[in-house]
Design a binder for this molecule. Structure first.
Ligand code: ARG
Length: 347
């Protein structure tokens, strides 16, 4: 038999695009374009944290097309580290990534049936981590039966943990290195829904020793509240390619492609750096992805000062954050040419 998660098969490229590999050797799931849901036991305490990287967009961790993004903040479940349970955490990435996300279960309706698990963890108990993402199917095991396995299982927290595996025969399971990764299934509409995050087990794939997962439906209110407080935070988007501004000529533009969740902010910031010997010649607009223009600066015949090095704040909350934004600059009075050096957008 091919070595697999344990007892699974390779996932196809793009099959579970929201599954991520984390640099500390855990898994995770993208629940927004900037937030990874993982296990509390995979992360340090809550706070700013740039030490984690997430690899996504590839089943092969060495795929040249994989995307690697650094963290900027960790939110660990408040109860983590104490009694069993509370094994969830959110990692905010330093920028949003354009990948599909998986919705989390907000009711226990789907906390039963047959689940899928996926990860790059060991394919045999005690074995090495995997290069290729593996998947397997594991049946639900109810809390009473799970707790009857004794040992650590006797301390199962029924509301916070959900068990899965082949009770009698074992053979299929997550294992070391799969922690934080997803336990998921289809909802009534046939869409994937996240039911659990891989937490622990005694050994791997042993009969009578199921895998234990943090029960996402229980934590959904806390996860969503934490997610709301963490984001969406749109990374600044910068264009540093200089563009000549012709004297009394046609408008020039410079674009950035923003990838963000939801709408732009009512405090969208635009930093503009232009060299020009007579700044009153210049009209500067921000053009939203749908073509709406926001005037940042008007021409002013008597403003003879040099250069534009200004930070503008506009209300762009009617705009979709994602898309191509442009800075448009036009010199309308004869006498001097200029240079758009760079600009930065924080939507
Ligand atoms: N705690 C493990 C990790 O850090 C996950 C173990 C899952 N074990 C199991 N038998 N299902 O990767």
């Amino acid at each position: 038999m091919q070595p697999q998660v344990i007892g699974g098969t390779p996932a196809a490229q793009g099959e579970f695009p929201w599954v991520v590999r984390l640099s500390m050797g855990c898994g995770g799931s993208m629940i927004t374009q900037q937030l990874v849901l993982t296990a509390a036991h995979c992360v340090p305490p809550t706070g700013p944290n740039t030490s984690i990287t997430a690899t996504l967009g590839a089943v092969d961790l060495q795929d040249p097309n994989r995307v690697v993004v650094r963290s900027d903040f960790v939110h660990r479940a408040p109860g983590a580290g104490g009694p069993p349970g509370d094994d969830w955490a959110l990692i905010r990435l330093e920028r949003p990534v354009d990948v599909p996300t998986i919705p989390i279960a907000t009711t226990p309706e789907f906390d039963n049936g047959t689940f899928t698990v996926a990860g790059w963890g060991a394919a045999v108990e005690g074995g090495p981590q995997q290069r290729f993402l593996l998947k397997a199917e594991v049946p639900f095991i109810d809390d009473v039966q799970c707790a009857s396995a004794g040992s650590n299982y006797a301390n199962l927290v029924p509301a916070e943990e959900i068990c899965a595996g082949n009770w009698d025969d074992g053979g299929v399971d997550t294992c070391q290195g799969d922690s934080g990764g997803p336990l998921f299934r289809r909802d009534n509409a046939g869409e994937w829904i996240l039911i659990g995050t891989t937490s622990w087990g005694i050994g791997c794939a042993r009969p009578l020793n199921p895998g234990v997962y943090a029960q996402v439906s229980t934590f959904a209110p806390a996860i969503l509240a934490a997610a709301a407080s963490l984001g969406p935070r749109c990374a600044p988007f910068v264009n540093t390619t200089a563009v000549d501004i012709p004297d009394a000529g046609p408008a020039i533009t410079s674009a950035v492609d923003a990838v963000c969740d939801g709408r732009a902010s009512n405090q969208t910031k635009v930093e503009v750096n232009i060299n020009h010997p007579y700044r009153g010649d210049l009209i500067v607009d921000l053009i939203a992805p749908d073509g709406t223009a926001y005037r940042l600066k008007n021409a002013k015949g008597d403003d003879s000062a040099d250069n534009v090095n200004d930070l503008y704040t506009i209300n762009a909350s009617n705009e979709t954050a994602s898309g191509t934004w442009q800075l448009r600059v036009r010199d309308i009075f004869r006498g001097d040419a200029g240079l758009l050096k760079n600009w930065k957008l924080t939507v």
